[in-house]
Design a protein around this ligand. Structure first.
Ligand SMILES: C[S@@+](CC[C@H](N)C(=O)[O-])C[C@H]1O[C@@H](n2cnc3c(N)ncnc32)[C@H](O)[C@@H]1O
Length: 470
């Protein structure tokens, strides 16, 4: 099985050495093996109780603190430690940036094993809280109870919750009172929905029995002040649905797009569902450098809008465009990068697999009076072939911003085959980026690297790399 209990071994007075992957910190056990521990900060000295023993490492938890790290800060959120959302809120921001920068460096060196230039400094986010423009909350009639509530054997009218899944517990939801990730009126809207639903005895989803009216709530905000709210219902009950939606629309007239889905499938993803507009427009507008982007309920849009602007400026700078280039923007989403660089290019070709995103990309380009961008929908490894390149022209620069898995190896091969002078590789996962850079090493030299922090208080980090033909 390769997995057994360790009969409660405790390692005494161990210094936490590093902040590792997935927001879990790292220490060394007396036998030299690595121990992964959550909720501690490098520099803490702790007693560690082992929870799992694997061949090469332990998983454990801190049971006693002997010294607290000088890099610690007091978490501002009442839900810290239980909610899985902001695991690094107990570490000061400079230190967060230090570990993010380190992670990118380690991945590029250890996985990539390629020649690297000196890294440019990681770009921190000006906003360290309230930076997200999109949040999704889940309803459950099975609220996560605190240890105190369990100990005191408290009686409840109901155990309804609206908030986040407890890590690794598919059926338990932490009820959220205040989340520091999305600006107001996000907290007010979520709390109002929960309180109104409780008051009117609207049924919260029962994840085990698969029943109940209310399933998920999505809130999107934009720098233009526009707000989208989407309620996902499980049961199709028009009267109760309208009761809630009418109340929301009266209470929050600032909501510019109020939508809903009735979804009684097993899973709660809305991407294959028909979305119904209840009030307002079916999209909200985001604005960047005078460009307007419409975002519908299913669109991908970078979740930290301010920092997306910084990321795009770095991307455009790395591309070094003069106005004469044909640029491909692979994994273009709603075509934001394509349009952002379009003024400095002869033409831009965007490719993306989600049809709705491409519809948005085209509508956005039209809204922005951009005429030198073309957008195509399809799976990259299929669409991005020789015929496509013959039809759209040899690119001088390729910008690529794939999902966490990185690029399919056929896509990497195709880039190598057509060999544009420059490739700007934007990545939200430097491990898969490093793998892809290694595959491209035969032809390309990495000439610039700049990590960007889009997600303060978490371990996530974005990285922009410039590759130039050797
Ligand atoms: C990290 S996002 C980048 C979006 C865009 N560059 C932006 O900044 O808004 C990755 C995009 O790749 C798309 N995608 C995922 N797999 C794909 C595939 N196999 N072929 C084409 N696009 C894909 C996703 O739908 C998503 O829009």
């Amino acid at each position: 099985m390769g997995r057994k209990n360790t009969d409660k071994v405790v390692f005494h007075q161990i210094e936490v050495l590093d902040a590792g992957a997935k927001g879990v910190s790292v220490a060394k056990a007396p036998d030299g093996k690595v121990v992964f521990i959550p909720n501690v900060v490098p520099g803490d000295v702790v007693d560690i109780q082992t929870l799992k023993k694997r061949k090469a490492y332990y998983e454990g938890k801190a049971v006693k603190f002997h010294e607290l790290s000088k890099h610690r800060v007091e978490p501002i959120c009442q839900h810290f430690g239980v909610c899985g959302g902001c695991k690094w809120q107990n570490m000061n921001y400079d230190q967060q940036l230090f570990y993010k920068h380190n992670e990118v460096k380690n991945h590029l060196q250890r996985i990539g094993k390629i020649e690297l230039p000196e890294f440019e400094p990681i770009l921190g986010s000006e906003k360290q809280f309230f930076y997200r423009n999109k949040m999704e909350f889940s309803f459950s009639n099975s609220r996560w109870l605190t240890e105190k509530e369990i100990k005191n054997d408290v009686e409840f009218d109901n155990k309804n919750a609206l908030g986040f899944h407890i890590p690794r517990m598919w059926d338990k939801i932490l009820d959220i009172e205040k989340c520091y990730l999305q600006e107001d009126p996000s907290n007010a809207i979520r709390n109002e929905v929960r309180d109104f639903a409780n008051e009117h005895q609207l049924a919260f989803f029962n994840p085990r029995a698969h029943e109940g009216l209310l399933r998920t709530l999505m809130i999107r905000t934009a720098s233009t002040g526009e707000i989208m709210v989407l309620v996902q219902f499980f049961e199709d009950n028009q009267e109760e649905r309208e009761l809630l939606l009418n109340h929301l629309s009266n209470k929050f007239p600032e909501i510019t797009s109020l939508q809903y889905v009735v979804n009684n499938k097993a899973n709660d993803t809305i991407y294959d569902q028909d979305i119904v507009l209840f009030k307002g427009r079916h999209y909200i507008l985001e604005e960047m450098e005078g460009l307007k982007f419409s975002i519908n309920a299913k669109s991908f849009y970078q979740t930290n809008s301010n920092q997306a602007y910084e990321l795009y400026k770095i991307t455009r700078d790395f591309a070094g465009l003069t106005g004469n280039e044909t640029v491909y923007d692979l994994y273009t989403g709603t075509g934001t990068i394509a349009q952002f660089v379009s003024k400095k290019a002869k033409k831009v070709i965007g490719v993306e697999s989600v049809p709705d995103a491409i519809l948005d990309a085209k509508a956005n380009a039209e809204r922005n009076n951009i005429t030198n961008c073309d957008f195509f929908v399809g799976d990259m490894k299929v669409v991005f072939n020789d015929a496509f390149i013959a039809q759209n022209g040899q690119p001088d620069v390729i910008i690529t911003d794939p999902p966490r898995d990185g690029m399919h190896k056929d896509v990497v091969e195709q880039i190598m085959k057509i060999a544009p002078k420059k490739v700007v590789y934007v990545s939200c996962n430097s491990a898969t980026q490093a793998r892809d850079l290694a595959l491209m090493d035969e032809k390309y030299k990495v000439t610039r690297v700049r990590p960007v922090d889009m997600f303060p208080q978490t371990h996530h980090v974005e990285n922009v790399v410039l590759l130039e033909l050797k």
